[in-house]
Design a protein around this ligand. Structure first.
Ligand code: MN
Length: 393
């Protein structure tokens, strides 16, 4: 059997609800035969520190030749040490699900927490790892059905993580990989948003690891994106003997040494460019038209707002639109403090007009209103007593 190598790509995204992304992944399939996903937790930025610290410690340990279990235990030590050294990081922790290729072509999955590893073989998706979560334990204890666990309010509570205790119990799953097998590593931001059947459908449709990972992330976001979401896909690729011995030239590596696609078969560059052009043309055309329409709208809209405490006529959209920032058309000497409350609210919000003339007319009405209020009309001026009025002529 020809030797196997891993081709991998990951995508991580903040999702649609959270402020920061505490997920992280490691893609060292080429150099170390190692990939991993980590989902950090902790206040402020501690979750991000926890996942990044664990992944870096894992990478360094595997690079130094340590077996996977020992490397994950080392990652636990690194997160715990950092958490104890800085009170802002106290209590942080992270999940870790890693895959490491052995010299015999087997993959070892090491796992702590509720991120997951799935095997995709012959179109079938099967879960490799078991969640270390409260709801999983309740399912095992017969207190919940798997369906109830999916929607349980406490489904994000985990029972094992790195960085909490000096001793961590690491689950290891050996997988005998076959050429064409794919493994998905993902955070719970994917699995709480997208059902396994849909994950399988997406993976069946898209074979390129990077595009497939992106589609999974897109699906989680389309379903609400309630958590950070990470998907990493690795594929076991058979290495033909001539590629294994010959120095590899232009095999799709990017500057960071990551592979964008399997090394064989190589496409002629001309054909690649042609394919990209055909695929991209309609999209570029649509984008160009949309851009022009937005630009026209931004240039042909006016609003009356406030600049340097004066009522000002602007061209454009308040706050700007894409690359078009509003420009000042005309400054007036009107002070917003002299306006009525309702007018001041309109102007503060940037009252919109479809032409410069309409905006100017509005400013004239504001000016007229101010004059009416600050220069009392003659009818209300106290008149002189009739006795001192000049006698009619
Ligand atoms: Mn999560």
């Amino acid at each position: 059997m020809s030797p196997l190598k891993l081709v991998a790509a990951g995508v991580t995204d903040v999702g649609r609800v959270r402020d920061g992304n505490e997920d992280d992944f490691l893609e060292q399939a080429d150099r170390l035969g190692l990939v991993a996903v980590a989902d950090g937790m902790g206040g402020h930025r501690a979750g991000e520190v926890a996942s990044a610290t664990a992944l870096e410690a894992l990478r360094a340990a595997v690079a130094a030749g340590q077996p996977l279990r020992k490397a994950i235990e080392g990652a636990n030590d690194a997160v715990l040490e950092k958490s104890e050294s800085d009170h802002e990081l106290h209590g942080m922790g992270t999940t870790l699900t890693a895959g490491m290729l052995g010299t015999d072509g087997s993959l070892t999955v090491g796992h702590v927490g509720d991120s997951r590893a799935y095997l995709i073989r012959d179109g079938e998706l099967s879960q490799i790892t078991e969640d270390h979560s409260l709801v999983e334990e309740m399912v095992k204890g017969g207190e919940l059905t798997p369906e109830q666990a999916e929607v349980h309010p406490q489904r994000s509570i985990i029972t094992r993580a790195l960085g909490i205790d000096p001793v961590v119990d690491v689950d290891l799953y050996p997988i005998q990989l076959r050429a064409g097998d794919r493994v998905l590593l993902c955070s719970d931001g994917l699995t709480t948003m997208v059902r396994p059947e849909e994950i399988a459908t997406i993976l069946g449709r898209e074979h390129d690891p990077k595009r497939a990972a992106q589609l999974l992330v897109d699906a989680a976001n389309a379903a609400g994106g309630e958590d950070n979401v990470t998907a990493l896909i690795l594929e076991a690729v058979e290495v033909p003997d001539e590629v294994a011995v010959a120095p590899v030239v232009d095999d799709g590596r990017d500057a960071a040494g990551r592979r964008g696609r399997p090394p064989k078969p190589r496409r002629r560059p001309g054909r690649t460019i042609f394919r990209i052009a055909i695929w991209a043309l309609p999209i570029l055309l649509v984008l160009g038209v949309a851009f022009a329409v937005v630009g026209w709208y931004a240039r042909n809209t006016y609003f009356v707002g406030i600049d340097r405490s004066r009522v000002t006529v602007f061209q454009g959209i308040k706050g700007g639109l894409l690359i078009w920032d509003p420009t000042i058309e005309r400054r007036t000497d009107l002070n917003p403090d002299d306006l009525t409350t309702a007018q001041r609210e309109d102007v503060t919000g940037g009252k919109k007009f479809s032409s410069r003339g309409d905006a100017d007319a509005y400013v004239r009405r504001l000016r007229h209103g101010i004059e009416q209020r600050t220069t009392p009309p003659s009818t209300t001026v106290p008149t002189l007593p009739a006795t001192s009025a000049p006698p009619p002529s």
